[in-house]
Design a protein around this ligand. Structure first.
Ligand code: NAD
Length: 381
């Protein structure tokens, strides 16, 4: 089986879907691996590292794709890629299937077997394949470092003969994988950290990192069967905003990572809350590209709202491309290993398989994932 790894075409995408190590793992499994020339340029991995690991380096993207049985990428495929793929090709990467309805239809129409990594179950069984977690982790780290770099104020407490520096105060709203990593990093940098999340189970995790949980009584919030947050009612939202206004006012840096699975991100910092913050403080919005957690945030811009700087990047993990790519590439190699039949030397595609049932979106000319099919049909009706 021939496995191709494509270079990302989206502007500003620095990550690669294979590292030299993951190519080695795929080759050892028994796949024939080909990578597009320049694949690792965003990570400063020259083509020679990939060929040294056993991959063929191919300059012509069309022939790379046309010969591939399996294709690995980071971002969803563009039209040129879909056109070049063989019918039946198995394509693995992020797909954003809840919002990219026409892309899902197009992949099904082209007979591509398309996997969405966003849909991999978030369980211990599949944690080695969990690309959302790997990318959230590095992004969480990066957001804390970005806050420290941009604030213009020292993070840790320092007692010096020239005066005492008080520790910077960081507030993290949304303490899933990204938020917890932001908390851990900000703590290591010496900041005083507070955090809030609507899922009650998170309080203990926040406290175990040495941060203070902001207690706001929202009544029942709970979480879905998949561990995801439920959407708040209007009344709960108003209570949360009231409870977080004072915490935002205390903070030098606010990092927001609140997300709702399959839906636009909730607004957790309103314009009114920004107006209560100290001039010069900084708000970093992880959700800027998926609806925005902060009123007025704009992707890849620093917006000044009444003296408070609001910043959000469309590709946070891409700012730490080397480790983001390395972890993502491991996730993909683990995904392939999960389906690989070493005797037949091919992928075992069985629709009843727990992993494929959750993550395979298009197959055999149809949309095979029930949740996504319902979403696509709902948006067409
Ligand atoms: P996510 O990106 O979907 O959401 C980020 C955080 O935002 C979540 O903690 C969520 O509760 C919070 N949130 C949503 N609305 C909010 C609001 N209005 N205000 C404040 N916070 C809000 O979450 P994630 O990091 O992708 O994690 C999703 C789930 O998957 C979690 O339960 C996590 O523990 C679980 N998980 C499990 C494993 C595993 O191996 N078992 C691995 C990774 C993640």
């Amino acid at each position: 089986m021939r496995c191709a790894i494509v270079r990302e075409t989206e502007k500003g995408e620095t990550r690669a879907a294979a590292s030299p190590e993951s190519v080695g793992a795929l080759v050892r499994m028994g796949l024939e691996v080909a990578v597009e020339a320049g694949l690792g340029s965003g990570c400063r991995w020259p083509d020679g590292l990939y060929s040294g690991a056993g991959a063929e380096v191919v300059g012509d993207r069309g022939s790379l794709l046309g010969a591939a049985d399996v294709v690995l990428g980071v971002r969803p495929p563009d039209e040129a890629e879909i056109t070049a793929l063989k019918p039946g090709a198995f394509r693995v990467g992020f797909l954003d299937p809840f919002t990219r309805v026409s892309l899902v239809n197009r992949l099904a129409g082209a007979g591509v077997s398309a996997v969405s990594l966003e849909m991999v179950p978030r369980t211990t069984r599949f944690q080695k394949l969990d690309a959302l977690s790997s990318q959230h982790s590095v992004a969480g780290y990066y957001m804390a470092v970005l806050g420290a770099e941009r604030l213009g104020k020292v993070f840790p407490m320092m007692g010096t003969p020239s005066g005492t520096i008080h520790p910077a105060r960081v507030l993290v709203i949304g303490a899933g994988v990204a938020g917890l990593q932001a908390i851990a990093t900000a703590k290591r940098l010496g900041a005083r950290v507070e955090a809030f999340d609507t899922r009650p189970v998170v309080k203990e995790q926040v406290e175990s990192l040495g941060a203070k949980f902001v207690d706001i009584d929202l009544g029942g919030t709970g979480e879905s069967a998949g561990g995801y947050a439920k959407e708040l009612t209007d009344e709960q939202r108003a209570k949360q905003q009231a409870g977080l206004t004072a915490a935002c006012g205390r903070a030098d840096v606010v990092i927001t990572t609140a997300a709702l699975f399959g839906r636009p991100a909730p607004v957790v910092v309103t314009g009114a809350m920004l107006r209560e913050m100290k001039p010069g403080s900084l708000v970093i919005d992880y959700a800027v590209s998926s609806g925005g957690n902060v009123e007025g945030s704009r992707a890849d811009e620093e917006v000044n709202i009444g003296g408070v700087r609001v910043l959000g990047f469309s590709n946070f993990p891409g700012h730490v491309a080397v480790d983001a790519s390395r972890m993502y590439a491991n996730n993909l190699a683990s995904f392939i290993a999960e389906l690989w039949d070493p005797e037949a030397k091919k992928l075992k595609i069985e629709l009843g398989n727990e992993l494929l049932e959750a993550s395979l979106i298009a197959h055999g000319g149809r949309i095979v994932n029930e949740t996504i099919r319902a979403r696509v049909e709902g948006s067409v009706a």
